[in-house]
Every structure is written in structure tokens, then in C-alpha cells.
Design a protein around this ligand. Structure first.
Ligand code: FAD
Ligand code: DHB
Length: 392
């Protein structure tokens, strides 16, 4: 088998890249190790930046998002028993975000691809990417029990943090930067209408909590927990009681509604960047190249920004024969990646008490949150980063 661009991984990065390349007339094939149902049901992100929404619309994948997604014009911060709203459009010249689950983005992209192409193979596990420094790299994969080879002009690794494509970049060339946090998120889905119209990010001495949503009838909530927490060690009642305690406001005035919990899972928190994002004819995009802790909702949006830059570079090569944009790919993306790494680190370390931190550290976190609540400049910095910086 032969193609122009071999794409490893059919998560949001791989699927969107395939869609954009297809529209630009560039041949590609997507190889995804899991089956379709698994990929469509994997619970992950929920917040799309304005730029992500614009890209999905312009590539023809925005119809259901525009019908079912919820536009959000702000978030609330709870800290020190107080609440403060950050008004995005007022601070950013009209920008907002969209609540539309990653599962739905993935379903919409797969539906389009299964009708219009390009080829997307499920249960095709990539074992290795070879020949990054040759003119014709190959992808070795196993499909229907048979070992096969896909010959490519370029290979793009969109295979997430645990993927194999990153290893095609020799160790002597690759530099990695990493930070692991001393806490995780226990995430739940509950069949109950969200108790607030907007997301609530809550700092409390008991730990961080987040109220989010998937639809007008389904709430998504997260609790900071210790690493290695077993989600099933938390009874439903204990989860709701802890959420109540962490969202509590001095003087009350707000109540979290409870409902049946339909899913519980634990996610560790990590910051990670692999540089460069290109070596020879192998390029990395999305979680294959970088991970952010989820506070601030940047991961999926960064993956989208990478593939927009990459699709433009392949389209430029296709129409002009010039590799100029491909050559600039890694530097172009890494600048934005590091900005998002900083924002995600900032949101995480400002909102989560480290189990080892002192009362002094807690006061500093509250002082920082108070600054956001009282200074337009500080609130603008948060709003610009949250709604997303230009894709470039
Ligand atoms: P992935 O989604 O990991 O996709 C990689 C794909 O490659 C997978 O389908 C995998 O099966 C496949 N694959 C792996 N290895 C192989 C192989 N060897 N062969 C073939 N295929 C392979 N981001 C946000 O922007 N906003 C949020 O609100 C947000 N919230 C989050 C909440 C949680 C709890 C978590 C865990 C993440 C959250 N994120 C959020 C991050 C976001 O989900 C990821 O950044 C996003 O999934 C990255 O997409 P990707 O396509 O790069 O990687
Ligand atoms: C969600 C996840 C996030 O990391 C975040 O900052 C906001 C919302 C979510 O899954 O809904």
C-alpha cells in the first residue's frame, strides 16, 4: 500500500488532519488501533475554543455542533468562599467558547470520513514507523491479524501520548520536558441538569473542583484526588458531599443538584513536550507531541491548532512544491504549545492545593485569584488564553 501522508491514530488530531488534507486534494490514510465504538465513546474534553469551532465549521464538521453545542460567554471562579465571573466577550473583543464533547467531534469527523473518505482503518495497530530520514518512510501495522506495510511520502504521528510515532525520532535528536503533578482528577458524568449555566472552577483548602456539562441534562464534574485513587473507592454519596464542600460559598446562595452517576474515572495530571515536532519526513501532532494538565481545557484545542498548521503546510507543498511551511512546522507550533503549557500550568497550580503546600502557599493562590477578580488586566490575560490565541 502507498499514500502521500500516512496518519497514525484516529483521535481528533488524526481525523481532522485527514479531513483537511482530503479537502486540499492531498492523499492520506488513517490507521487507528481501536475499534470505532471505543474511539467514539472515550470520555475526554468538553470545551472548544473559538478557533477550534471556526475550523470545524469551515471543514464541514460543524452542523451538529452548531445545533447541539452550548456557547459559553464566561466561567465562574469560586475561592475563599466567594464567587467571581470572568466575562469572555467583554474582555476579548467578543470571543467565547463552545461546550461540545470530544466524543461528538470525533463521531462527526468519522461520519464524514466514512462517506467521503479518505480511507480510515480501525483495529489497525501501528507497530513501528521507520525511515524518518529517508524519502519514503514506512508504517508497519497489523490489521485483521496480518502484518502490513504502508509506504508514505510523509508520516504524521497523531497517536497520543502512549503512541509509537514519537519513537521514530532518534533519542539523540529528541528532547523531552516533563512535569508530573502530585494529584489527579476523579471525573464523573451524572444524569442531572447542570447546576449553573457556566463552568465553575473552585479552589478550596479541601482541593479543586470543577463543574462542567455535556448537555442541558448531563453534568460533568471533577474532583482533585490523590494519585493512584481507585474511582470505585468513592461512593456516589461521598462524591456529592465532597463536591458540596468544595463549591461552598460563604453565606450560601448556590446549590449543587445531585443525580444518578453514570461513569467514574481517574485522570493523572502531566505536562509534557517533545521537541522537535518534526524529524525528516515524520511529524508529530497533538498529544503525541505534548500533554497539558486538563485545567484550562487546552489539550484538544492544541491538537486542532497543530493539524491546521500542518494541513496548510501540506497544501502549500501540494500546490507549489515548496517545503517552506513544512520546514517551519515545528517552530511555528512549539511557540503556541509553550504558551498553552504555561497557561495550563498556571491554572493548575493556582487552583489545586498541593498536598505538601503550606498555609503561605494557599494564601498566595487566593491572592492570585483575587487579582483576577479585581483587575481587568489579570482577568483579560485569563480570558484571552482560555478562549484561545490565534492559530497563527
Ligand atoms: P488522542 O485523543 O489520544 O488520540 C490518539 C489516537 O491514536 C487514539 O485514538 C489511539 O487509540 C490511537 N493510537 C495510539 N497508539 C496507536 C498505534 N500504535 N497505532 C494506531 N493508533 C494508535 N482538552 C481540551 O482541549 N479541552 C478539554 O476540556 C479537555 N478536557 C480533558 C479532560 C480529560 C479528563 C482528559 C483526559 C483530557 C482532556 N483534554 C481536554 C485533552 C484532550 O482530550 C486531548 O488533548 C486530545 O484527545 C488529543 O487528541 P489527539 O488526537 O492528539 O490524541
Ligand atoms: C472540561 C475539562 C476541562 O479540563 C476543563 O478545564 C473544562 C471542562 C470538561 O471535560 O468538560
Amino acid at each position: 500500500m502507498r499514500t502521500t501522508v500516512g496518519i497514525v491514530g484516529g483521535g481528533p488530531a488524526g481525523l481532522l488532519l485527514a479531513r483537511l488534507l482530503h479537502q486540499a486534494g492531498v492523499d492520506c490514510v488513517v490507521l487507528e488501533s481501536r475499534d470505532r465504538a471505543y474511539v467514539e465513546q472515550r470520555q475526554r474534553a468538553g470545551i472548544l475554543e473559538q478557533g477550534t469551532v471556526d475550523v470545524l465549521r469551515s471543514c464541514g464538521a460543524g452542523e451538529r455542533m452548531d445545533r447541539e453545542g452550548l456557547v459559553h460567554d464566561g466561567i465562574e471562579l469560586h475561592f475563599d468562599g466567594r464567587r467571581h465571573r470572568v466575562d469572555f466577550p467583554a474582555l476579548t473583543g467578543g470571543r467565547s467558547v463552545m461546550v461540545y464533547a470530544q466524543t461528538e467531534v470525533v463521531k462527526d469527523l468519522i461520519a464524514l470520513q466514512s462517506v467521503e473518505g479518505p480511507p480510515l482503518l480501525f483495529e489497525a495497530r501501528v507497530d513501528a514507523v521507520e525511515g524518518a530520514d529517508t524519502d519514503s518512510p514506512v508504517i508497519r501495522f497489523t490489521h485483521s491479524g496480518r502484518e502490513q506495510t504502508l509506504h508514505c511520502d510523509y508520516v504524521v504521528g497523531c497517536d497520543g501520548f502512549h503512541g509509537v510515532a514519537r519513537h521514530a525520532i532518534p533519542e539523540g535528536v529528541r528532547r523531552t520536558f516533563e512535569r508530573v503533578y502530585p494529584y489527579s482528577w476523579l471525573g464523573i458524568l451524572a444524569d442531572v441538569a447542570p447546576s449553573n449555566d457556566e463552568l465553575i472552577y473552585a479552589h478550596s483548602e479541601r482541593g479543586f473542583a470543577l463543574l462542567s456539562m455535556r448537555s442541558p441534562t448531563v453534568s460533568r464534574l471533577y474532583l482533585q484526588v490523590g494519585n493512584d485513587t481507585d474511582p470505585h473507592a468513592w461512593s456516589d454519596e461521598r462524591i456529592w458531599d465532597e463536591l458540596d464542600a468544595r463549591f461552598a460559598l460563604k453565606g450560601g446562595g448556590w446549590k449543587l443538584e445531585r443525580g444518578p452517576i453514570t461513569s467514574k474515572s481517574v485522570t493523572p495530571m502531566r505536562s509534557f513536550v517533545a521537541e522537535p515536532m518534526r524529524y525528516g519526513r515524520v511529524l508529530l501532532a497533538g498529544d503525541a507531541a505534548h500533554i497539558v494538565p486538563p485545567t484550562g481545557a487546552k489539550g484538544l484545542n492544541l491538537a486542532v491548532a497543530d493539524v491546521v498548521v500542518l494541513a496548510r503546510a501540506f497544501a502549500h507543498l501540494h500546490t507549489t512544491g515548496s517545503t517552506e511551511l513544512l520546514d517551519a512546522y515545528s517552530d511555528t507550533c512549539l511557540r503556541r504549545v509553550w504558551r498553552a503549557e504555561h497557561f495550563s500550568y498556571f491554572m493548575t497550580t493556582t487552583l489545586h492545593p498541593d498536598p505538601a503546600q503550606s498555609p503561605f502557599d494557599t494564601r498566595l493562590q487566593i491572592a492570585q485569584l483575587d487579582r483576577i477578580a479585581s483587575s481587568r488586566a489579570a482577568a483579560t490575560e485569563l480570558a484571552e488564553n482560555y478562549t484561545g490565541l490565534p492559530i497563527g
